[in-house]
Design a protein around this ligand. Structure first.
Ligand code: HEM
Ligand code: HEM
Length: 278
């Protein structure tokens, strides 16, 4: 099942889309809980933020950024193919476009995040912030993608089957519409947190308290929370139903998923509605 589209690049795109979707979802559950620590005061939140500054976690954050970028850009390809099936004739160009857009956006973002890590850590300073040290690698990678990609053997992709009606159809439409909105919301959030003004190194209790004093950012975070949790939960439900077939095991897995999601969503909303800086 996991490898049901064995052998062509759209299979890899499908598998990577699934893995990144599950990965981002799991991160989000942990992230809502770590954000909730803000309610317990300055010391606890700032101590937790030190984890985000650790070089090993920095690698994880760069991978997370890549996962969101890939999932978002590839999701856009899936949405276009689903809503405009006539574009299937360009499926090859679209897949190449996904890889090219990913490389062009991810490499500079990763370089900025690496540079922050090195400059924040005196002993690691490598001068990566100098564009001459990374620009040749960017051009070489983009070159390889453009030369190699057109030689790939790419059969026509199977369009995902649009459910006939009922809850399945609403879920199918919802995951696509919420995906479109999440591109702006999640990438906006990550750009603020990672790419602007020194990235995660300036995030602490004061920073969050100041942001949450604005109704705009509280609302932004709440919409992000609700959409990402709902989108991820419907996606996780589909993934679980794909791999678990016994009715009793399905009931158990889905009950567990909905219970965890219910608790995390309530906690996240509670923090956003009630947090008062001390
Ligand atoms: C950044 C914007 C996003 C876009 C454009 C997007 C798009 C999509 C699309 C179109 C699908 C359906 C794929 C299919 O039916 O073949 C999907 C599935 C999924 N998404 Fe997203 N998504 C985004 C963000 C997220 C986020 C933030 C999460 C986690 C909280 C997430 C988790 C998932 C999961 C778990 C699936 C199910 C994967 C599968 O069935 O293989 N997505 N996404
Ligand atoms: C390592 C990367 C990330 C960092 C450093 C980060 C940082 C933060 C910070 C500082 C807050 C506190 C509130 C604020 O200042 O707006 C926050 C809240 C939030 N973040 Fe992130 N974020 C990251 C990734 C993500 C991703 C990938 C998602 C979505 C899939 C996400 C969704 C949210 C949500 C929904 C909240 C509100 C949580 C609540 O209900 O209290 N974040 N984030």
């Amino acid at each position: 099942m996991l490898f049901r589209y064995r052998g062509d690049p759209s299979m890899w795109a499908w598998l990577l889309h699934r893995l990144t979707g599950v990965g981002i979802f799991v991160f989000l559950l942990v992230h809502v809980i770590d954000t909730a620590l803000i309610s317990f005061g300055r010391d606890l939140y700032d101590a937790m933020m030190q984890l985000y500054h650790h070089p090993v976690f920095r690698i994880g954050e760069i991978l997370l950024f890549g996962a969101v970028l890939f999932h978002g850009i590839n999701g856009l390809r899936v949405i276009v193919l689903d809503f405009a099936p006539q574009t299937t004739v360009y499926h090859r160009q679209m897949l190449i476009g996904v890889v090219a857009a990913f490389v062009l956006l991810f490499v500079p973002a990763a370089v900025i995040m690496f540079a922050q890590t090195f400059t924040a850590n005196e002993t690691w300073k490598l001068g990566v912030s100098d564009w001459r040290s990374w620009f040749p690698a960017l051009v070489a990678t983009a070159g390889i993608v453009f030369v190699y990609a057109p030689t790939l053997n790419m059969p026509q992709p199977q369009l995902s089957v649009r459910p006939a009606g009922g809850l399945e159809l609403y879920g199918w439409i919802f995951i696509r519409i919420s995906g479109l909105l999440l591109i702006f919301l999640v990438l906006g959030h990550l750009t603020i947190m990672h790419l602007m003004d020194g990235g995660v190194y300036r995030i602490n209790y004061e920073f969050v308290a100041q942001r949450l004093s604005s109704l705009f950012w509280r609302t932004y975070d709440f919409v992000l929370l609700a959409l990402a949790i709902a989108h991820g939960t419907w996606g996780m439900r589909n993934v679980l139903l794909d791999y678990i077939h016994r009715p009793s095991a399905r009931l158990l897995a889905l009950s567990l998923l909905y219970t965890i999601v219910g608790i995390v969503l309530s906690l996240g909303a509670l923090v956003l509605f009630t947090f008062q800086p001390r």
